[in-house]
Ligand binder design. Sequence first.
Ligand SMILES: Cc1ncc(COP(=O)(O)O)c(C=O)c1O
Length: 380
Amino acid sequence: MKNIYADHAATTPVHPEAAKVMMDVMQDNFGNPSSIHTFGRKARQQLDRAREQLAHTIDASPDEIVFTSGGTEADNLAIIGYAEANKERGNHIITTKIEHHAVLHTCEKLERLGFKITYLPVNKEGFVQFEELKEAITDDTILITIMHGNNEVGTVQPISQIADLATENNIAFHTDAVQTYGLVPLNVEKIPVTMVSVSSHKINGPKGAGFLYVKKGTKLTPFLTGGEQEKKRRAGTENLAAAAGFAKAAEIAFEERESRFNFYKSLSGHFLEALQSEEVPFEVNGPAAGKLPHITNIFLPNIQVESFLVHLDLSGIAASSGSACTAGSVEPSHVLSAMFADPKRAASSVRFSFGKDNTVDQMKYMAAEIRKIMARITTV
Ligand SMILES: Cc1ncc(COP(=O)(O)O)c(C=O)c1O
């Protein structure tokens, strides 16, 4: 058995139906959505349709959706755009130590510009402690940015409770929902979030596409300046083919949401059972409950993760040591370092993340290969 892709938290293959929609757009609907002639209007109609479809998935209104080049840009626009537009109200932002670098490095940038940032710790399961969040709020706090689901260990934060706390304190709340979108429902009518970041390529849509939900009435300074696209919130000709492909992928992901959730959960269960049957010594990083079903991060004592991943690759298995940004480098995972005091834990942990084309047989094969590799390379 070869070519097992178990790195879906990094990216997913494009769904054939999304790819077809994109090809059709590129061949038949090339107009600029801002042009007023027939070609432009046809493109505008398709862009509007994609925006409506995507807005519908989170119960937003279409004009609350700002198309971006992906999750990273959505996070940057949310945090920098909000901080800049609201700085007269205060200069304090609260986030966590386990955010994606698209959030962490953006907060660090604001810190250099004079903002104060609180990086909240998490417990061993990756959860933020609500009391600590409450205590971190000051009169100067203008924004809380806490991710919905973590991309390395899958912990899903109680964002409804956090959103309520932010609302009570008149603070904006942004959540990075890149990993939860299409798996864990987020209804902006029910949960009072101010901004939500979403990426297309985690749900079998094309790379380089995403959106930021921005609640009506939110003051945001755009950081791309130029034309008046996206209601002046993000300049630049929209990537229509990507937006249409993204909308198609989202339509399918939401139709299949429950079955995908249960399927990934069962795959993870089979994988852990197979590891036990193979007598592989391991511990799961992440919570027992309140977790994304497609991400299984395991600590394999005494392995060195970089060489382990090379051996896995030679066995035809693609997995990862954490977020795509840290893969390939020897930097220990900031997420595992925040969860565990022991630095060995971060150096010996592997993330497997599953998608719609994985099978139970693949789970068994992976466990058997892991046993063989561990026997070969374990350093005591
Ligand atoms: C939680 C999270 N946020 C943001 C991003 C960045 O998204 P994109 O790759 O679309 O820029 C990722 C991608 O790995 C992610 O997992």
